[in-house]
Ligand binder design. Sequence first.
Ligand SMILES: O=C(O)CCC(=O)C(=O)O
Ligand SMILES: [Fe+2]
Length: 326
Amino acid sequence: MATNVDIAVISFEPFIQGNDADRKDVAKQLYEAFSTVGWVYLKDHGIPQSRVDEIFELAKSFFELPIDQKLTWKLADPEVNQGYTADGAEANGGIDHKECYEHRRFQNRSCPTESDLPDRHFKTTLDDFYNQCLTLGLQVLKCLAMAMDLGDNFFDDITTKADPQLRLLHYPSIEKRIIEQEGHARIIPHTDFGLCTLLFQDQVGGLEIDPFHTGDFKPAVPIPGTVLINMADLMQRLTNGRCRSTLHRVVSPRTSGDLLPARYSIPFFIHPDPETMIQPVTKEEGEFRKYETVNAGEWRVMNTMKNYRLGSQDGVLDGKVGLATV
Ligand SMILES: O=C(O)CCC(=O)C(=O)O
Ligand SMILES: [Fe+2]
């Protein structure tokens, strides 16, 4: 049986509560993880588990709505990238078995109202959770900036107007033989393409990571009370390859029977202000820049569009190409 991928479990409390030496120590641990496997499990991160559980319940009630109703909030514009995407409508050169809902800070035109999900307060609850994720994400970026001597406010300065993406993900219960067909998965191998991602997962399992891109995917098992954080493509470019954006996928949990239970996860994808130019930061005399400078806004739209193409029949988004997702 495959062993689990070796991802450090790091307490964030000394960064939030501690003194300078404590903060530096957390920064060092984070950088060590981000520059090797590219992922950490963060614990004591300040978002209570009860709140995370509440958001999973909210996601469940949303996905239980009839498909026709969910389609009224259909994601229709990759530039905005907000709303509902049905099972089969998105993957990247393979076939994913998932449905999702994207929530943004500034643009939420395709969002359920109070009467759609009575008592859930969908928008206000998600807005609130979004802000908690944004605060945590920016603290993690501050910690990384400290480790890399970029100046403590480096990431604050490029995220003042940032509009990250909170995604509710549902992988419906499915027969194992379907997702184990060639080219199928719950989500096929990809890297994320923003700066970094916070990922909350339920207890079902199936997330796997290929840390050194050798094809050897290993489980990243759920650890209650933690949030996974991974580096994404823009961060790899910005740090001239020092921080690593690594391949991951969601497949059958290694211990599953013939019928996989439904799985839920909640990623939060952090992207910088759209006008930011991402130029690799070099640290050594004569260091060669491994990546071209890119505009963050164009990068995001270009990569989002790779996930979709405009369907010919009804003008909706469907289909996909490429490797990276969000
Ligand atoms: O569901 C998961 O655990 C991973 C989701 C993911 O990788 C993504 O949405 O980019
Ligand atoms: Fe991902």
